[in-house]
Design a protein around this ligand. Structure first.
Ligand code: ATP
Ligand code: ZN
Length: 300
C-alpha cells in the first residue's frame, strides 16, 4: 500500500527565492490552484494538492538546475537564460522558452556617461565596457563589428564609469532612474526581456503530462487575467452594431428581456481590454446598463 505515494512522479520547478521575480512567480503558482506550505526559507516546497515540488533558488542557478534535470521547469528572466546560453558552450542549448509571463520586464542596454561623444556604435570602438552580461554584449559587439574590452562585474555596474573602471556600461534597465542618478544616458538596447517559463527536454511521459497540465493552467490564468465578462442591454435593431464594438469576443449570448421586444440582453467574454472608450461607444450605439466584471477562471 505504502509505495503508491512513493512511485507517484512529481514535476519539479525552480523559481527565484527572493528578488524581483519571487513574489509574482509564487503568485502565478497560487493562481493555478497550487497550494504550497508557506515556509519561504526552505529550499524545497512540496505542494499537497498537485504533484509539484518548488525549488526556491537564486535566478542565476536556475539554468543549471534545468540542464542537470534537478528541475524540469524554471521561471527566470530571458536575460539570464540567454546569457547562460551565450557563455555555456552548448550546456544550456536544450532549454526552451515555453511561455512569456508578462512580468519582470526590463532591457539590457548600453549606457554612456553624459558628455560622452556618442555617435552610434562605432563610438564604442576600442573602449572599455563594464557588464554582468559578457556573453550577450560580446555577441552584440561582434555582430556589429565593434571591438571593445569587456570588464565583467557582478553588481554595481553603473558606478564603473565614475570610478574609471570602464568608459561605458551595459546593464539591465527598467525605469531608467538608476542610469539618470548615475549620470548615464541609454544609447542602445541589446535585449528586451521578461520573465519566462523555461522547460528542459523532458524524457518521462508522466512528467511531460504533468508539465502540460501546469502549462495549460498557466495559459488559462493568463487568458482570464486579460479577459472581462461584459453584460449590457441592447436595442434589438442595433444588435449588429453592438456586437461589432465588443472587443475580441466570439459569439455573445443574446437573451430576451422580460416584457420588452425592442431590447435584448447581451453577455460576452471579451478577450481584450474593455476600456472607457469601448463602453462609451457601446452607449452611443444604444446600449445601456453596461456592466464589466473580471473573470476568475476560464477553461475551454
Ligand atoms: P538573485 O539573488 O536571485 O541572484 P538578482 O539580484 O540576480 O537575484 P533581481 O534583481 O531580483 O536578481 O532581478 C531578477 C530579474 O528581474 C532580472 O534578471 C531581470 O530579468 C528582472 N528585472 C526587471 N527589472 C529589472 C531591473 N531594473 N534591474 C534588474 N533586473 C530586472
Ligand atoms: Zn541573480
Amino acid at each position: 500500500m505504502g509505495h503508491r505515494m512513493d512511485s507517484e512522479k512529481r514535476l519539479k520547478i525552480a523559481i527565484q527565492k527572493s528578488g524581483r521575480l519571487a513574489d509574482m512567480s509564487l503568485q502565478l503558482l497560487e493562481k493555478c490552484g497550487i497550494q504550497l506550505s508557506k515556509s519561504r526559507d526552505q529550499l524545497l516546497c512540496r505542494s499537497q494538492n498537485f504533484p509539484l515540488d518548488v525549488f526556491l533558488v537564486r535566478d542565476d542557478d536556475i539554468p543549471a538546475f534545468l540542464a542537470t534535470d534537478v528541475c524540469q521547469l524554471g521561471v527566470l528572466g530571458q536575460n539570464v537564460l540567454r546569457e547562460k546560453q551565450a557563455v555555456g558552450n552548448g550546456k544550456f542549448a536544450g532549454l526552451v522558452e515555453e511561455l512569456p509571463l508578462g512580468y519582470g520586464r526590463c532591457r539590457l542596454s548600453i549606457a554612456v556617461p553624459q558628455g560622452f561623444a556618442y555617435d552610434g556604435l562605432a563610438s564604442l570602438q576600442g573602449k572599455t565596457i563594464a557588464t554582468s552580461y559578457k556573453g550577450l554584449l560580446g555577441a552584440y559587439l561582434t555582430a556589429n563589428n565593434i571591438s571593445a574590452d569587456i570588464v565583467t562585474m557582478e553588481g554595481a555596474v553603473e558606478v564603473a564609469p565614475r570610478t574609471h573602471l570602464a568608459d561605458v556600461i551595459c546593464d539591465l534597465v527598467s525605469t531608467g532612474n538608476t542610469l539618470i542618478s548615475n549620470g548615464l544616458v541609454e544609447t542602445d538596447v541589446i535585449l528586451q526581456s521578461e520573465a519566462v517559463l523555461v522547460k528542459n527536454q523532458i524524457a518521462d511521459a508522466e512528467i511531460a503530462q504533468l508539465c502540460d497540465k501546469l502549462m495549460s493552467r498557466i495559459k488559462a490564468v493568463q487568458r482570464a487575467a486579460q479577459s472581462r465578462y461584459i453584460m449590457l442591454n441592447s436595442p434589438t435593431d442595433s444588435l449588429a452594431a453592438i456586437k461589432a464594438v465588443l472587443p475580441g469576443s466570439q459569439s455573445p449570448t443574446v437573451m430576451p428581456l422580460q416584457g420588452r421586444d425592442d431590447m435584448v440582453a447581451v453577455h460576452a467574454v471579451c478577450e481584450e481590454g474593455v476600456f472607457w472608450d469601448t463602453m462609451e461607444e457601446l452607449k452611443a450605439n444604444g446600449a445601456n446598463s453596461i456592466l464589466v466584471v473580471p473573470i476568475e477562471k476560464m477553461l475551454d
